[in-house]
Design a protein around this ligand. Structure first.
Ligand code: BG6
Ligand code: MG
Length: 212
């Protein structure tokens, strides 16, 4: 194993609540039912694909232009919430794990569907940390498509067989599997039947990668 590719939201930091609050405000405004269970289906899924899932509960039809305006509205609320984040949102466990993997010489990358990746990394003090960042701004197909991880591997000049993907989303494990990567699943992703390693916290990776 030469590299580790980390999902961002739910693995390196915990923005789930902010995504939920922003979608909820947008959905309330247009009178569409939205709850935490629906929010769970949005994990790892791109902004526009998330909106399509939310609009399953809408009574009327929305044009492409209206959908883009709704996604923009959600993002404006979300970005405002992100302003609350700071270096204190980087947990000790995540920090320790990243530092130890760096010390052991692994190449480290981000593979996230989010177009806000760089903003979030800067907020939590990891703006310059990773060797490569593959995110929502350089892909055309969102997870479960493997594109975001394949691009990350390409940026690092490693093959999928040489990289471990770390994910909290079921769609993220699907993406890792179809791209030919081994995977470590945390949270809901640990329940995926095809995940290679199940972890409870990020530092569990340090044992898994021992000698690999
Ligand atoms: C993923 C989140 O990381 O990014 C999804 O798990 C989110 O919930 C997606 O929809 C896209 O994020 P953004 O920041 O581009 O709207
Ligand atoms: Mg995630």
């Amino acid at each position: 194993m030469k590299a580790v590719i980390f999902d961002l939201d739910g693995v390196i930091c915990f923005t789930d609540r902010y995504h939920y609050l922003a979608w909820k405000e947008m959905a309330d405004e247009i009178g569409v039912y939205f709850d935490e269970t629906i929010n769970n289906r949005l994990r790892g899924v791109s902004r526009m694909a998330s909106l399509e899932i939310i609009l399953e509960k809408a009574s009327g039809e929305y044009s492409q232009k209206e959908k883009e305006a709704l996604a923009e509205k959600k993002n404006a609320i979300y970005v405002k919430l992100l302003d609350r984040m700071s270096i204190s949102d980087l947990s000790d466990d995540v920090k320790r794990t990243l530092e130890e993997l760096r010390k052991r010489g692994y190449l480290l990358a981000i593979g996230s569907s989010s177009k806000n990746t760089k903003k979030i990394l800067a907020k939590i003090g990891l703006g310059d940390f990773f060797d490569a960042i593959s995110d929502g701004t350089n892909i055309t197909r969102s997870k479960p498509d493997p594109e975001v991880f394949l691009k990350a591997a390409e940026m690092l000049s490693v093959t999928p067989q040489e990289a471990l993907v770390v994910e909290d989303a079921l769609a993220g494990i699907d993406a890792a599997v179809s791209g030919g990567f081994s995977s470590a699943g945390i949270g809901e992703a640990a329940t995926h039947e095809k995940v290679t390693y199940r972890i409870e916290k990020l530092s569990d990776l340090l044992g898994i990668l021992q000698g690999k």
